[in-house]
Design a protein around this ligand. Structure first.
Ligand code: HEM
Length: 403
């Protein structure tokens, strides 16, 4: 079996730094590839990723027995939270939850957040201006989504560092497919703490409602149907994690990509009306969430391969977004790329619930950086990527600006 095609190679820092040659080999040699090391199918062509996201089952939370077999029985309470999260459900349970959540998270609410996103971004940049340098991750890409998430939920923004720490722990199991029994204790503790945190926020909001997602999920009603408290808690957790890790990566990966493409950065500086289209291209080019998983709903054929019912399938959006059959000159960054229907936010029923918010955060962050920090340049030194294989992002991104 060809080991060189296994996604496990992402554990090699060099492959992690640039996974695109590996994706390219997979797409051209074996686009629907059985990975014996992962015990899953790996799908890398745009058209096939769309099929998987459209047709395959998202209901994939491991049962207590499966967790025990992996030596992770202690994660059972985490799985009990996951089964109530929209990300891990199929219709009709998913449709119900998503509808109730959509009532709670309307375009009007997102528009209200834009103003505070601009305010927070500007105040984060104010603090670095006198220094002439910043770490894009620590100074902007981590705190901005954490503060915005607190505002979106309706909890004190002073909790943002705690929210960030919990989110990073929970993301370990969302983004990774390698088993990490040592990390399990931390994930378990964080999930318990998060559950307590949101339960007490719910109690607090019963007495004193605050505008935000927690309160609107508590009160959202469609045809006399409401979410249970466990459902509110579970979906606050997924929204809190989904809202932070990915947006951090969009900002960090996006700044790095622009710095590596000075002529595109100059085009953007010269015409800020290109910001929305640049954000879409940065999402395509260095997708913050590189892959997701599904299970085959039945015995099915895909790309000439026979996939058995309930076998795991990894849909690699990061590879589909560089598929030359879908995108012309797919490895080239073009901030004015037309017809850029990338898969960075997924596809179909589970298409990112927070995409409108993520887009605003990205647009405001890039516009503010480009407008306020002239002569932005990378500081010398090695770049270290997060060990999370699915949530692609840098651990730090030191840059300097000004003369
Ligand atoms: C650049 C930022 C973001 C990216 C790249 C991103 C990416 C994604 C992707 C790929 C999915 C689909 C996963 C799948 O089908 O398995 C998804 C779903 C989701 N995202 Fe995002 N996301 C981002 C920001 C956000 C934000 C800001 C929020 C919160 C407001 C959020 C909340 C969610 C939720 C709750 C789901 C589950 C939707 C469902 O299952 O119906 N995301 N996201």
């Amino acid at each position: 079996m060809e080991r060189s095609l296994s996604l496990f190679q992402l554990l090699d820092p060099e492959v992690l730094a640039n996974p695109y040659p590996l994706y390219h080999r997979l797409r051209s040699h074996d686009p629907v590839h059985w990975d014996p090391f992962l015990h899953a199918w790996v799908v890398t062509r745009y058209a096939d990723v769309v099929t998987v996201l459209h047709r395959f089952s998202a209901d994939r939370t491991p049962t207590p027995e499966q967790l025990a077999a992996m030596g992770l029985a202690k994660l059972t309470p985490v799985a009990q939270v996951m089964v109530r999260q929209m990300l891990f459900m199929d219709a009709p349970a998913h449709t119900r939850l998503r509808l109730l959540a959509a009532h709670a998270f309307t375009p009007r609410r997102v528009a209200v957040l834009r103003e505070s996103i601009e305010e927070v971004t500007n105040s984060l940049i104010d603090t670095v201006i006198p220094k002439g340098r910043l770490d894009v991750i620590a100074d902007l890409a981590n705190p901005l989504p954490a503060i915005v998430t607190a505002k979106m939920l309706g909890v004190p923004t002073s909790d943002h560092e705690q929210l960030k720490a919990w989110s990073a722990d929970f993301a370990e199991i969302l983004g990774n497919f390698q088993h990490n029994p040592e990390g399990a204790d931390r994930v378990l503790r964080s999930t318990e703490d998060l559950t307590k945190y949101f339960r007490s926020a719910i109690r607090e909001q019963e007495r004193r409602p605050r505008p935000g997602l927690i309160h609107s999920l508590m009160t959202s009603e469609v045809d006399s149907d409401r979410l249970s408290e466990d459902e509110v808690v579970a979906n606050c957790i997924i929204t809190m994690v989904g809202g932070q890790e990915t947006t951090t990566n969009l900002i960090g990966n996006g700044v790095l990509t622009l710095l590596r493409h000075p002529s595109e950065l100059k085009r953007l500086r010269d015409d800020l009306s290109l910001i929305p289209s640049a954000v879409e291209e940065l999402l395509r080019y260095e997708s913050p969430s590189q892959h997701t998983a599904r299970l085959a709903p039945d015995d099915v054929e895909l790309g000439g391969k026979r996939i058995s019912k309930r076998q795991a399938v990894i849909a690699v959006m990061g590879a589909a977004n560089r598929d030359p059959e879908r995108f012309s000159d797919a490895d080239r960054l073009d901030i004015t790329r037309p017809d850029n229907r990338h898969l960075a936010f997924g596809w179909a029923a589970h298409f990112c619930f927070g995409a409108p918010l993520a887009r605003i955060e990205g647009q405001v962050a890039f516009e503010t950086l480009v407008r306020r920090l002239p002569e932005l340049r990378l500081e010398p030194g090695p770049l270290v990527w997060r060990s999370n294989l699915g949530l692609r992002g840098l651990t730090a991104l030191p840059v300097a600006f000004g003369e």
